[in-house]
Ligand binder design. Structure first.
Ligand code: GCO
Ligand code: MG
Length: 408
């Protein structure tokens, strides 16, 4: 019997984004697995949950019992779910799938039933401070072979999701209301349709365009914007409402034919169910590690298949190459695959994680090696420590002009 001998978290930021990866070592010499546990706004809390709670609880367990390990570890805190504990669990869970694949000598997608496509088509981001800058970037992506592009553009002088003025800088944290952290929902919903009008004029109608609202506007504006964007034939309209307001998808569905994608803020499979059962969305896009890893995600994929809902797993920069590999494994085996969000790797990431899946012709391609087929160069990973940050990765507040908080 092969048992777990050690579980530990590895922190690294080769693209300046905080990533947490869990390494599980086993009683079989050289047999190890990797899992993604990246929660970039609270990475240190996840590290504590892995190293202080899951490691002592799981050392000695038989590596082959993934489902039982998942269930018992989840219930070991009695109170369960939540992004911190789920990411910790995902780190171990994905590592056990990696180990199982290596033991069998096959990739994880083969453990899950085998490929039903050759590669996963991806969408990439075009984000500018003006409409023209955004559309120029999209043009560039199209020239580079991408067929699906997400467009985000800032309202001049404001912080709009998708530009570099808000998420990954921290100059604005908790300061007085400054142009960088003001966000006017009404200004934004006036601008977004213009962005798509210009994009269709300049890019034509063949490219698939997407948009992410990032849950920053009240429900009535989200419904209005869905209708205003309809003429531009979006591939999908993402996260228009926060998880607390999902009942409004019913109205959105009745009032608009725009394809709806939802879910990156969901932290459990159960939370997705009302939208799935009522067929209120077209694409599910949870972040695999946020719902607990591969074990719950493959169940979610299958449930969605039964309801005619397609997958669009969350694939931002704050997802390690292991997390992207887990997304890709599901993409390969799911008949209801829709699209894969992807953030191209920089050279440092490719060096720290030898074996990253290939990006080519607007698709990512599985590497077909056992497990995830990706390793980590731990010595090199240490050369990319987490960037200094006053609040260890916490996000700045986004405020309306009057200083009131916008709740994504
Ligand atoms: C997306 C996103 C992300 C998130 C990020 C938060 O890719 O659709 O909304 O960029 O903002 O993952 O940490
Ligand atoms: Mg999003």
């Amino acid at each position: 019997m092969t048992t777990i001998t050690s579980i530990r978290s590895i922190c690294t930021a080769p693209a300046d984004i905080r990533l947490v990866v869990v390494k599980v070592e086993t009683s079989e010499p050289g047999l190890t697995g990797l899992g993604c546990a990246t929660f970039t706004q609270r990475p240190l809390a996840v590290v504590e949950a892995v190293d202080k709670y899951l490691a002592p609880f799981l050392i000695g367990r038989n590596v082959s019992e993934i489902e039982d390990i998942y269930q018992s570890a989840q219930l070991s805190s009695y109170w369960r779910e939540g992004p911190v504990l789920n990411n910790a669990l995902s780190g171990v869970d994905m590592a056990l799938w990696d180990i199982k694949g290596k033991q069998a000598g096959i990739p994880v997608h083969d453990l899950l039933g085998g490929k039903c496509r050759k590669a996963a088509r991806v969408y990439v981001h075009a984000s500018g401070n003006s409409i023209d800058e955004t559309v120029d970037q999209a043009q560039q992506h199209i020239e580079n072979g991408f067929t699906h592009v997400r467009l985000q553009s800032a309202v001049p002088g404001q912080s709009t999701y998708g530009t570099n003025t808000d998420l990954h800088t921290h100059e604005t944290i908790d300061g007085p209301t400054t142009p960088q952290n003001v966000f006017g929902p009404a200004d934004y919903v006036r601008l977004a349709p213009k962005l798509f009008e210009v994009a269709r004029d300049r890019l034509g109608w063949e490219v698939e365009l997407l948009h992410d609202v990032h849950e920053r506007i009240p429900p009535y504006l989200a419904i209005q914007l869905a209708r205003d964007l309809e003429p531009y034939r979006l591939f999908f309209y993402e996260d228009a409402l926060p998880p607390e307001e999902i009942e409004y998808f019913r109205q959105m569905r009745q009032q608009s034919s725009i394809p709806i994608a939802m879910g990156e803020l969901f932290v459990s499979l159960k939370q997705c169910m009302p939208l799935i059962e009522e067929r209120l969305i077209d694409y599910i896009r949870v972040h695999l590690s946020m719902i607990g890893g591969m074990t719950p995600a493959r169940k979610l994929a299958t449930i969605c298949e039964a309801f005619g809902i397609r997958t669009a797993w969350h694939g931002p920069g704050d997802c390690s190459p292991i997390g992207h590999a887990a997304n890709l494994a599901l993409d390969m085996v799911s008949p209801n695959f829709g699209i894969q969000e992807f953030t191209p790797y920089n050279q440092a990431t490719l060096d720290v994680f030898p074996g990253c899946n290939n990006l080519r012709d607007g698709c990512i391609w599985p590497n077909d090696r056992p497990g995830w087929g990706i390793e980590i160069d731990e010595a090199l990973a240490k050369e990319f420590p987490f960037p200094d940050h006053p609040y260890n990765g916490a996000w700045p507040a986004i405020r309306d002009r009057d200083g009131g908080i916008i709740r994504p």
